[in-house]
Design a protein around this ligand. Structure first.
Ligand SMILES: [Zn+2]
Length: 284
């Protein structure tokens, strides 16, 4: 494709010019040259309500198997260990809490917990798992919070949001002063890099099975920009602990994690190439 023919759009976050970066599974992904936001370019006309309905109906069948298999439990334990090193046990909100396994672990550790989740089947599951109505069915925008939270978590949820910046703005109002925001998400800088290399090597059909791209594939650069724009000025962003899976996959993830962490520390925390990211910051 000639450079002049590359489709362009306006970035939905900062309104700078965004260009088509790559296409996968029939979906075009655009990337903003200014703030580094990546987004699905075929969903521009989609209403928030449509996205909400999609999650209401499809999320459980598409994504819940990962949670139900127990393969994510070690991630939840790790996240609570990290949080509890930073802050005392108190009131926690998990946004996009799915079937409630993270909240169950938090409850068992004595946290006063609540969740928000658009998928009705996931909310029903979480209600049974948690032994009560601790999960609000809906989105963060219509979550009727009373009081403020010590901790708000977004565990592999922000990239699914209809507008991640609205969620960060809302979370800022839900956190106590000094309250902790914790985000885990895929590192789309790495996933996009690997996928684009694989196209050149004609290995894209294999690599497309391994990479993850949601509505907003999040890069470290965009996350830093977004959080700073909403007043989180001292953001701690690093490679996440690898998730579970079968033995060969776990071995591969551990090897990648060792390489990524070595580069992270050698570059004085500037190069972040792990498959997933962990972001932590206190509300001023
Ligand atoms: Zn932008």
């Amino acid at each position: 494709m000639d450079r002049a023919d590359i489709p362009k759009k306006r970035c939905p976050y900062c309104n700078s010019e965004a260009k088509l970066d790559f296409a996968i599974w029939g979906r075009p992904y655009f990337r903003c040259g200014s703030c580094d936001l990546m987004y699905r370019g075929d969903l521009q006309v989609e209403l928030k309500r449509d996205l909400f309905r999609h999650f209401e109906r499809e999320y459980f069948s598409e994504y819940a198997h990962d949670q139900l298999s127990g393969s994510r439990n070690q991630i939840y334990t790790h996240i609570l260990d990290v949080i509890e090193k930073e802050t005392a046990v108190g009131r926690i909100l998990d946004v996009g809490c799915g079937c409630g396994f993270f909240l169950k672990e938090a409850k068992d550790r004595g946290w006063n917990m609540e969740g928000v989740e658009p998928s009705k089947e996931s909310v029903d599951y979480a209600t049974i798992l948690l032994g009560g109505n601790f999960v609000h069915a809906g989105t963060l925008q219509d979550f009727p919070a009373l009081g403020e939270f010590d901790v708000v978590t977004l565990i592999d949820a922000l990239g699914f949001s209809s507008t991640p910046w609205s969620d960060i703005e809302r979370i800022r109002t839900l956190l106590k002063p000094g309250g902790l925001l914790f985000i885990r998400c895929s590192n789309s800088f790495l996933h996009a890099f690997l996928f684009k290399i694989s196209i050149r090597l004609m290995m894209d059909s294999f690599v497309s099975e391994l990479v993850v791209f949601h509505k907003y594939p999040l890069t470290p650069r965009f996350i830093l920009r977004l959080l700073r724009d909403y007043g989180f000025s001292n953001v701690n962003i690093r490679n996440a602990k690898p998730s579970g899976g079968g033995l060969p996959l776990r071995f591969l993830k551990s090897a990648i994690s060792i390489i990524a962490n070595s580069l992270y520390y050698l570059s004085r925390r500037r190069i972040i190439i792990g498959p997933s990211l962990e972001v932590m910051e206190r509300k001023p």
